[in-house]
Design a protein around this ligand. Structure first.
Ligand SMILES: Cc1ncc(COP(=O)(O)O)c(C=O)c1O
Length: 269
């Protein structure tokens, strides 16, 4: 997956200036799922990118249709069937820069069937941070914590905020199920309102599956029957273990029912 698009020019090794994106992490991005060679939820991603750009004072000087066509060129050039595209908008010197890069999607069927093992982080998520609800290039804290979690055999680490309420993971949103009700942290808990999170909430409402966005303690999470996490590349991923606590996974669970509904409605996995 060597080919990238930099301000519309496709090449293997672009000349990139030392812009404020590089020097200060002044940029925003989207990770878009590519399934069966097609972009998934592209419009949702463009909408969020526009919002992020607005908040960060960046100028998206390309039309979403043009970005879509550049993404499709990168998919074709890299002969991608399954993977992810990252669209990064960064603060340039004269104009802002748009970079599109491609990567693999490492989530596999075995993970979906067995569920992931995740942990809680003792780093506090600051729900008042100006960056917490934006997909900005400032990912270092998340990355360091994720790497530490991985070194201990976990696939994700979950944050609580300054009030002790559940927030999200380093790269995912979190949902838990208790007595047939699905729960996920409210937007002001200190989280990125994920594209998949929003789609799952809409799907549950359409299918009359009870869903609450609220404020949850770690005890509530530990007492859950099932837990799943979401992001664009994994979509809905069951969790089998959180720290030392085990949860239900498998074909009989509500998580599987929700995943089936999701795949029937939008899926190309
Ligand atoms: C911190 C964080 N929260 C949530 C998500 C999920 O967002 P989405 O569903 O838009 O991929 C991500 C995705 O990378 C993330 O980095």
């Amino acid at each position: 997956m060597d080919y990238v698009s930099y301000n519309g020019e496709i090449s293997k090794k672009p000349q990139m200036p030392l812009d404020q994106g590089f020097l200060y992490g002044y940029g925003v991005f989207e990770t878009i799922n590519v399934a069966q060679g097609k972009l998934v939820f592209f419009e949702d991603h463009m909408e969020r990118l526009k919002q992020s750009a607005l908040v960060m004072g960046l100028k998206l000087n390309r039309h979403p249709d043009q970005i879509q066509s550049e993404c499709q060129q990168i998919i074709a050039k890299n002969t991608m069937i399954r993977g992810g595209l990252r669209v990064t908008l960064s603060k340039g010197v004269k104009a802002d820069n748009l970079l599109i890069t491609a990567r693999e999607n490492h989530y596999d069927r075995r993970m979906f069937e067995q569920g992931l093992k995740i942990c809680t982080s003792d780093t506090i998520r600051n729900e008042k941070s100006r960056l917490v609800s934006i997909k900005s290039n400032n990912y270092l804290e998340n990355l360091l914590i994720l790497n530490e979690a991985k070194a201990q055999g976990f696939s994700e680490a979950i944050f609580f905020n300054t009030q002790g309420y559940l927030a999200e993971g380093c790269m995912t949103n979190i949902f838990f199920i208790k007595n047939g009700r699905v729960n996920t942290p409210a937007r002001d808990c200190g989280l990125l309102a994920g594209i998949v999170r929003n789609r799952v909430i809409a799907l549950l409402k359409t299918n009359q599956i009870p869903i609450t966005e609220g404020y949850y303690s770690s005890d509530q999470l530990l007492a859950a029957d099932e837990v799943f996490i979401t992001n664009s590349l994994m979509e809905i991923m069951p969790v089998k273990q959180l720290d030392k606590r085990y949860y239900g996974v498998g074909s009989e669970t509500l998580t599987t029912r929700i995943d089936t509904l999701f795949q029937q409605t939008w899926g190309q996995r």
